[in-house]
Design a protein around this ligand. Structure first.
Ligand code: NAD
Length: 279
């Protein structure tokens, strides 16, 4: 059913006092003719948070979908990310993203990867602070920063990121990072929350819990992210799945369900290791 109204999604409060929806829509690898209809379907279904990046090549489509959706811009929490080629000039990066989306401001701007070999991740963070001070974005954060990178940028600037967006799913639960973030009032945002739709969703622990609740494996995994207090941004181009992924607020996982899912952690990354990734 298309509602055009905000779904019943809880908010989290960031360390700068701003509010962010706990569940949003991610658009990595949503390309070509898919981007505009997918984002419009998500907004119609009730998503009010969108996660894109300069590197995804789909910012113009995200902007177009927002304009065509009829949803007021003020109702939408819009995130994009600075790519590593612009670590030395974040202001140019954010302006290019805003221009591509035909937007005046972002809600959240993230440094996409630290790319330690390039050695500009502190510089990039200083650039994001300047973007915020110039009113180009309301909040600033990072993605794929390790504890070392976070410590360095906080020490260098005195400004703590509102969010660190990191790979996190039942096979890669990031307990240490979550504890570090909690200690520093940084919100943990899970990327690839569904394990990219792979093995995690076929795991017998997940499918058994799903059957018991009359929900799908994806809904159980997303409910788990919600129960851990994480922010997340599942991606799909299939309208039924886009709606399914939002329909996670009418059931609860039991303490026993949560314990079983906790037991699935294998320390298994699907993406790059931020300590070494050179992109
Ligand atoms: P995801 O875990 O959200 O999985 C998406 C895939 O899962 C889909 O392509 C589809 O195959 C499957 N799927 C989706 N809904 C389903 C359902 N209901 N039932 C069954 N299968 C389903 O993976 P993702 O796209 O990698 O991550 C989500 C978002 O996180 C991205 O779109 C992007 O916005 C962000 N992200 C950020 C980074 C980063 O470096 N910051 C890296 C990767 C992803």
């Amino acid at each position: 059913m298309s509602t055009q109204t905000k779904a019943n999604i809880p908010d989290v409060t960031l360390n700068d006092g701003k509010i962010m929806p706990q569940l949003g829509f991610g658009v990595w690898q949503v390309e070509g003719d898919d981007i505009v209809p997918s984002v419009k379907t998500a907004l119609e279904a009730g998503y009010r948070s969108l996660d894109t990046a300069a590197a995804y090549g789909n910012q113009p489509g995200v902007g177009q979908a927002i304009r065509e959706s009829g949803v007021p811009r003020e109702e939408i929490f819009l995130t994009t990310k600075l790519w590593s080629d612009k670590h030395g000039d974040a202001m140019a990066g954010i302006q290019e993203s805003l221009d591509q989306m035909q937007e005046e401001f972002l809600d959240l701007y993230l440094v996409h990867w630290p790319r330690p070999k390039q050695g500009l991740y502190v510089e990039a963070w200083k650039g994001l602070i300047a973007c915020r001070d110039a009113g180009k974005t309301r909040s600033i954060g990072v993605s794929n920063y390790t504890q070392r990178h976070l410590t360095e940028i906080i020490e260098a600037t005195g400004v703590t990121p509102a969010v660190n967006q990191i790979e996190l799913h039942p096979y890669f639960q990031q307990r240490e990072m979550r504890a570090f973030h909690a200690d520093h009032s940084i919100i943990t945002e899970s990327w690839s929350p569904l394990g990219q739709g792979g093995e995690v969703l076929r795991d017998p622990v997940i499918t058994t819990i799903a059957e018991a609740h009359g929900k799908t494996p994806a809904q159980v995994v997303l409910r788990w992210h919600m129960d851990l207090g994480l922010v997340t941004i599942p991606k799909s181009v299939t309208p039924e799945r886009i709606r399914e992924n939002l329909d996670v607020f009418d059931f609860k996982l039991s303490p026993d369900d949560l314990k079983k899912i906790e037991g699935l952690d294998r320390g298994q990354r699907l993406g790059g290791d931020p300590a070494t990734a050179d992109w």
